[in-house]
Ligand binder design. Structure first.
Ligand code: KG4
Ligand code: ZN
Length: 350
């Protein structure tokens, strides 16, 4: 099939995503999020996420079909995220995808969530409009940053050659935003709150640590990230303010924290591009919404002669369209379907 019609299902975290593509053309991207249900816990609660997926799945599929103007019988294939992610959450998507595959006698493709984020960049059409459109070129370095992951990938081919260069050894970057927001008394999710709080703050006011950027980490952790020390440094700083009886300078802390995260992310991503002689960098994940990270990415890429690609935000955050897109790429490259004998793999590697 030259332009397969594929429905993609994504349930690795708190977004129930159902997307439909024809080849690389985006036809529908429906997302139901349980984020508000997690807000009072300050982070995603796996059991709540899984239950929310179960409730949202059928309506999301129905809405996606309507948006694309197609029926279930029209589909050439189903694609689903089989990992990595929250096990219980993944199981809901995998179960739904298997049920559809059996009922419709339609091939099923199990795909990796992280590779899916890269797949978002192949999408085109009016719904996928982005300033950096045009086909994904190889090789590409991908920096994926969300509440669940912080990874650097070397993508030589989307469907056959993706290498994990490094990832966080503790918290994900988005998790750090959420935890630091909490320290500052800001609500969940913390990323947008810190972005807002940082306006007018001085990013140089406090020199927070840049995890794993020291010389001694160069060999073993060149492309890895660590954000727990940064979070602890912010906690210590706010404690010192409280002990001294002075108000926490929230704008300065937010700006300085955000600067530390952006600096580390871009330093490592640019190093990966340089080391591997790759002239392009793709960003993905919800943290890409961060104003300073986007700005610094533009500055550093321009200075290094690296092409920066950022899909529209609706395709950066977790979604089903990117999973459908990757499924379609697999089909067009002649890959065999996955069959039904796979499960949810919370630690699936790329
Ligand atoms: O990709 P995403 O929507 O969901 C998953 O993590 O699966 O990412 C959500 C994460 C949250 O941790 C949130 O705080 C962070 O992305 N985030 C941001 C911003 N907007 C969302 N982090 C920094 N700056 C933002 N503007
Ligand atoms: Zn993700």
């Amino acid at each position: 099939i030259s332009e397969p019609l594929v429905l993609g299902i994504e349930t690795s975290c708190d977004e129930t995503g159902v997307g439909i593509v024809r080849g690389s053309t985006l036809l529908a991207n429906v997302i139901a999020s349980s984020m508000e249900e997690h807000a009072r816990f300050g982070g995603v609660v796996p059991e709540i996420a899984a239950r929310a997926h179960l409730e949202a799945m059928t309506p999301a599929i129905t809405a996606a079909l309507a948006e694309a103007g197609v029926t279930l019988q029209d589909l050439d294939a189903i694609a689903v995220t089989s990992g990595p992610g929250l096990a219980g959450a993944l199981m809901v998507g995998v179960g739904a995808a298997k049920a559809l595959s059996v009922a419709l006698d339609t091939p099923l493709y199990a795909v990796n969530h992280l590779v899916g984020h890269v797949g978002a960049d192949v999408l085109d059409g009016p719904l996928a409009a982005s300033p950096t459109d045009g086909p994904l070129e190889y090789p590409t370095i991908a920096l994926l940053v969300s509440g669940g992951h912080t990874s650097l990938l070397l993508v030589r081919d989307l469907v056959s050659d993706v290498e994990l260069l490094g990832e966080t050894i503790d918290d994900a970057a988005g998790e750090a935003f959420d935890k630091v927001a909490r320290l500052l008394g800001l609500p969940y999710p913390g990323g947008p709150e810190i972005d807002r709080a940082a306006v007018g703050g001085d990013p140089k006011a406090i020199r927070f640590p840049r995890g794993l950027t020291q010389q001694k980490d160069a060999a073993k952790h060149r492309y890895d990230f660590s954000f727990s020390g940064l979070k602890t440094a912010v906690a210590r700083y706010t404690e010192q303010c409280t002990d001294a009886g002075v108000p926490i300078p929230i704008a300065d802390v937010a700006a300085s924290f955000r600067e530390a995260v952006a600096d580390v992310l871009l330093t490592k991503a640019i190093a990966a591009c340089r080391d591997h002689d790759v002239p392009r960098l793709l960003l993905g994940g919800g943290v890409v919404a961060n104003a300073r990270i986007r700005q610094l990415a533009e500055e550093r890429c321009a200075a290094a002669g690296i092409e920066l690609r950022i899909p529209p935000l609706s395709l950066c955050t977790d979604n089903g369209a990117m999973i459908a897109a990757l499924g379609a790429q697999l089909i067009m490259a002649g890959h065999e379907p996955s069959g039904l004998a796979f499960g949810a793999d919370s630690t699936l590697s790329v």
